[in-house]
Design a binder for this molecule. Structure first.
Ligand SMILES: *Cc1c(COP(=O)(O)O)cnc(C)c1O
Length: 454
């Protein structure tokens, strides 16, 4: 007689089911029980507190530097030094994804095409380098009261400023894209620049930096180790400035300025955001600074009507485990996960505690994506919309159906009274990198997608 087959014990609680999916690296959606409808006007962020005024001052800093940036980077001449990306409707991608039009309309925010850095890191990374340069220039009297108009900032491209900047080294630890953004901007201003790269970093990203005279320090370890090594080295040098991706408020606020520009773009496209027209935003997440900055800005502008979800690889859901824990600073390795993913921009084992603290009352949720899905969506996006992105940048595309079709997502929509509003909803997938991916590398992504589809 055969043994009776024991049935699977039912999961003890939704959170036990979630834990099981997490450990098994199965795609899942977690919704944040701590989200408040109307965000506080001011929020603690590390040593200080931040508000909409800080978002606006980051935007003002970009504006002050715009004429100088236009001079330093020929590709910015057409926008007078503004580094921004397109908002585009993606109806063909919506069909390819099988997202029912009765559930809203799909748009893409194309940070994969951001000039100078080729990724979302153009926002935070460049902002922090500009803030550091501005502080030095103020202290040395190169700019100041009465000399603080954007035209005056052209002086920061002149020999006196370059000689000053050349005494300093700007350093950063990175899986690739942050290094590109910091390295390129720092060296353009005349700083020496050193980028500590993790083992995940792609060869072409290192080569691009070396071509620009940036020192690339290769590490055998992961992102966390690259950051720690860079931080240690910078501490021993009084003329070193370390951009700390795990702790930096300047990075976070640089990203947040995107919200102000997006508000203008939505309004120009006649896309309403209010109680009857919810906005859902899906943001690829590594350490959390970029998506947290943008979410902070958007929640300040749109309050309860914007719903931000972070997307992470199934093997690197560091923000998810951080938000679920609510305290401490857990690593994905603690959950038996490998932190191995082709999404190099998202290959981070431990979240930024700063970003997580800011997100506690603001974030709607986090979902995870398998690498196969990243490649499939990367290829679909080329076919459907002609957009070329890197794997990390594809992480958001499973968000809309995850939200509309999973139990956790349906529950979120029901609890927020959104189920009946979905025909008027906007789903905005943030594509975060890709502009500088070499063609041969990109063909490799397509080949991966084709092989997986077979
Ligand atoms: C860095 C990066 C992200 C996420 O930014 P974090 O600040 O690390 O969360 C997303 N996509 C790409 C392509 C990136 O390079």
């Amino acid at each position: 007689m055969s043994q009776p087959i024991p049935s699977q014990p039912p999961a003890a609680s939704p959170s036990a089911a979630l834990q099981a999916a997490l450990g098994a690296a199965t795609p899942l959606l977690w919704c944040n029980p701590g989200r408040v409808e109307t965000p506080p006007g001011e929020q603690a962020a590390g040593a200080r507190s931040i508000s909409l005024a800080d978002v606006m001052s980051a935007q003002a800093r970009f504006r002050r530097f715009a004429p100088l940036l236009a001079r330093l980077f020929p590709e910015l001449a057409g926008t007078q030094g503004v580094i921004e990306s397109e908002l585009v409707a993606a109806p063909a991608m919506q069909r390819s994804l099988g997202l029912d039009p009765a559930l809203g309309r799909l748009f893409v925010k194309g940070d994969h095409g951001l000039p100078v850095a080729g990724s979302i890191k153009a926002r935070g990374g460049i902002h922090e380098v500009l803030e550091f340069a501005e502080g030095l220039a103020l202290r040395h009297g190169l700019i100041g009261p009465g000399r603080d108009r954007p035209e005056d900032y052209l002086a920061l491209g002149e020999p006196a400023a370059r000689a000053l900047f050349g005494r300093y080294r700007v350093a950063v630890g990175s899986t690739g894209n942050l290094g590109l953004s910091i390295g390129v901007m720092a060296s353009a201003l005349g700083f020496r620049a050193a980028v500590h790269m993790s083992a995940d970093a792609k060869e072409w990203k290192k080569a691009r930096l070396r071509d620009r005279g940036v020192e690339v320090v290769e590490h055998a370890g992961d992102y966390e180790e690259a950051v720690a090594a860079g931080r240690r080295q910078a501490q021993q040098d009084a003329f070193a400035y370390f951009v700390d991706d795990e702790r930096s408020l300047s990075l976070l606020l640089g990203y947040s300025a995107a919200a102000l520009h997006l508000r203008e773009q939505l309004s120009a496209a006649a896309i309403q955001v209010d109680a009857a027209h919810p906005l859902f935003v899906y943001l690829p997440c590594g350490v959390g600074g970029a998506p947290a900055g943008i979410t902070f800005g958007l929640r300040q502008l749109f309050g309860p009507h914007v719903h931000c979800f972070f997307a992470e690889p199934v093997q690197s859901p560091c923000f998810l485990v951080q938000m679920m824990a609510g305290k401490g600073n857990p690593s994905v390795y603690d959950f038996g996960l490998t932190n191995r993913t082709e999404a190099d921009g998202l290959a981070v084992p431990r979240a930024s505690e700063l970003a997580a603290a800011v997100m506690a009352p603001l974030l709607s949720g986090v979902f995870t994506v398998a690498d196969e899905t990243l490649f499939a969506h990367l290829a679909l996006l080329l076919q459907a919309e002609g957009l070329r992105i890197e794997p990390s940048a594809a992480a958001g595309f499973s968000g809309p159906r995850m939200l509309c079709e999973s139990d956790a997502g349906r529950d979120y929509l029901a609890r927020h009274g959104l189920a009946g509003r979905m025909p008027q909803a906007t789903h905005l997938v943030w594509t975060t990198g890709g502009l500088f991916v070499p063609p041969a590398e990109y063909d490799g992504f397509l080949a991966r997608a084709a092989a997986l589809a077979r």
